[in-house]
Design a protein around this ligand. Sequence first.
Ligand code: SF4
Length: 464
Amino acid sequence: MKIESNNFVDLASIAVRNTDQQTAVRRGTRNAYNNRQAAFTQFGYEHGQKLRMQAAAAKRRALKSLPDLLEEAEARMKENGITVLWAEDAAEARRHVQEIAARHQVKRIVKSKSMLSEEIALNGALEGAGLDVVETDLGEYIVQIGGEHPSHIVAPIIHKSKESIRDLMVEKLGMPFTDNSGEMVAFARQRLRPIYLDADMGISGGNFIIAETGTVTLVTNEGNGRLCTSAPRVHVALVGIEKMVETVEDYALLTQVLPRAGTGQHMAVYTSMINGPRRTDEPDGPEAVYVVLVDNGRSKVYATKYAEVLSCVRCGSCQNACPVYRSTGGGAYGWVYGGPIGAVLTPLYVGLENAEPLPYASSLCGACKQVCPVDIDLPRMLLDLRHDMTVRGHGSKLYGFGLWAWSITQRTAWSYRLTAWAARVGQKIMGRWHPGPIGAWAKYRDLPTFAPKTFRQLWAERGK
Ligand code: SF4
C-alpha cells in the first residue's frame, strides 16, 4: 500500500465532506465502542479494569523477554513440524511467500484477514507473480473487489454503507439485487466455498504465538480463517515478531480481552490453535505449515521509548474511541493503520518524515489509553513523537518556532509576566480579529478571553 500519510489534512478534508462515509463510520465506531463498554463492565468496573491490567502485564512481560521468547517459540514450532522463516523487511517477507508458492507449485491462494499482509503489500506481489489471490474475510473480500484498502483493523469496511456494498457486489460479482444483508452474505459464501476447495495455499495472520508450546493462534468471527488454514495443502502464517506470549495461561487471558475490546464479545466465534501440519493419523489439515516471522521495523521500535506500542493486540478499540478517527475514517491516515494506533505506528514504521501530520491528528483527550485492553499510553507517545519531530526539524517550522518562543517566555517569572500582560493587552486591542495561525485556529473555535487579573494579582489582593 502506497504511503500517503503526509496528505492527512487533504484526505481528512475530503473524508469529512463524504456524508455517506461519515454516517457509516460514526455508526460503526459508536456501536463497537458501546459494545466494548458493556463487555468490560458486565461484571463491574473493577473486574474490567483488573482484566485490562492483567492483560497489560502479560504483554509487557512477553515484550521484556521477547528475544528469548522468539528463540523458544522457534524451537517449539520446529518440534511441531512447522517451518519457521525470518523476514527482516517487507521485501524479504514477500520473497519467502513467493518461494513457498513456487516450491509447492501453487496456483490459487486463499487469504484470511491479515493487516501484516497489507503492511508488506503482499497481494500485489503475488498477483504480479501470476498467482490467483482471493481474500475470504467478507470485509476484505469487498475491499479486494472494490480495489480499495481496509480502513479499520477489525472492521475493514466500516466506512461503507450497506447500500454501497450491495451496489459493488451487483456490479462486480453479478449478485442479484437485494436489500437483505443476509442474502448478500449468503451470496458471498456461495462464491467463496468452492474457492477454498480449489486453493493450493492458505495465508493467514496470527494473533498470538504461544512460546511454550509453539502454537499459532487465530481469533476470528468468520469460519473463513479456519477454512484457509486447514483446507489447502499449504498454510503460511505471517506473524509480526511482537506477537509472542509466554504461556498458554497468558493466551487464555488475552483471548478474553481481545474480543471484548474489539467487538464487545466475551469470546470470538472461532478461536483456532495451530500446532503444525497434519499428522499421519489425522484425516485432514495441511501437508505443510510455514510461519514467517516478520520484523519490518519492529526491532527498531523495540530499542526505543516507544517499545510499549508493540504490546498492541490490534483490537481497534482506540480507533472506535478516537474523535478524530470517528470524523475522518481510516482512509485519511494514508497507510495500513489508522486512528491513534496508526498515528503512533506509522511514523515509527515508515519514518517521521513520511507521516508528519499524524502525531498531530489527535485531540489528546486520552480516550485511546482508557479503552486500550493492554493499557498502551498512546497519548504520551503522540506527545513524544511531536517532540521528536520538532527536535529533528520535521513538521511545521512555524510550529517549532512557536514552541521555542513559548518555552522562552516560561523560563523566568518576569518573562512569563510580561508575555501574559502582552497577551491581555493584545487581545483588548485586536478584539475578535486574530492574525495568522491564531486566526486559523480560532476560525473553528472560540478563543477564550483572558481573565482581567492574573492569579498573582488576585492572590496579592487577597493577602492585603
Ligand atoms: S493500541 Fe490498544 S486499543 Fe489500539 S488497537 Fe492496539 S491494543 Fe487495541
